[in-house]
Design a protein. Structure first.
Length: 256
């Protein structure tokens, strides 16, 4: 912005700032929606530092994406989790799904966070720097016990290797690679990321009867509105939309 106008941004008036944002929006390489937010928030921070009115710039209205997340069926989850040959990789996928973890939460798990006797996992400093506990299932506990006995991980549950070949925290790329390879080998024709397993966790818990408030706490969401998106995906007790063509021809219902 300073280079474009050849002056300090604090010398610009509101019209010039908005003209710059609209110019960026009209260019061929359109920045992401978050670009506009961070540009304006950055300017407001500068204004506050200079003792100026930080509300002098109005944030352009940005429509929220209405895309619903990709969710796996329960059979697809079972198939995906049995695809990797290594126990470590199966456990990594299992924790993402069975505990609804974000990628960085999985990477940050330390051995001290596992309470196998109480069947609980302590998630430290999740999103928003909030701690929470989530239950560990019996299948995961059995696999974790075998993995820890055999692999003897140090500090972190899942270790990677640095350039010197020494153990270190598993990288984000390492998690994405495990998910990507499992997706390829499983043959599931969906766009699957590490977060897809978290979405599937939330959707399946709702379908299995968990209430929305308890789900909010399990996911570590700050507000219930974020959690409510899963109500649009879950196949709950209300009557589901059906095929009128099947009804016309009395075609039998085939469960998936």
């Amino acid at each position: 912005m300073a280079l474009h106008f050849n002056c300090c941004p604090t010398e610009l008036d509101t019209e010039q700032v908005l003209d710059y944002l609209h110019l960026c929006q009209s260019q061929h390489k359109t920045p992401s929606a978050s670009f506009f937010k961070h540009t304006v928030y950055g300017l407001r921070a500068v204004y506050r530092l200079k003792g100026m009115d930080d509300q002098r710039v109005s944030l352009p209205r940005i429509e929220r994406s209405k895309k619903l997340p990709v969710v796996l069926s329960q059979n697809e989850v079972k198939h995906l989790l049995t695809t990797p040959k290594l126990l470590k990789h199966r456990l990594l996928l299992g924790l993402l799904y069975d505990c609804g973890l974000r990628c960085f939460e999985l990477r940050n798990i330390e051995l001290r966070d596992l309470d196998l006797d109480r069947k609980m996992l302590h998630i430290r400093q999740g999103k928003g720097r909030k701690d929470r506990y989530v239950p560990l299932g019996n299948l995961l506990i059995k696999g974790l016990q075998k993995y820890i006995t055999g692999e003897k991980p140090r500090c972190w549950l899942f270790n990677g290797n640095n350039r010197q070949g020494e153990p270190c925290q598993l990288s984000q790329h390492g998690v994405y690679w495990v998910v990507s390879e499992a997706c390829k080998k499983s043959g599931i024709n969906k766009s699957i990321t590490a977060h897809t397993l978290r979405h599937s966790y939330a959707t399946h818990l709702l379908e299995m009867g968990l209430d929305i408030v308890s789900l909010k706490e399990a996911l570590g969401h700050c507000c219930i509105e974020t959690t409510m998106v899963y109500l649009h995906i879950s196949q709950l007790g209300r009557q589901r939309t059906f095929s009128p063509l099947d009804k016309v021809y009395n075609y039998p219902n085939i469960s998936s």
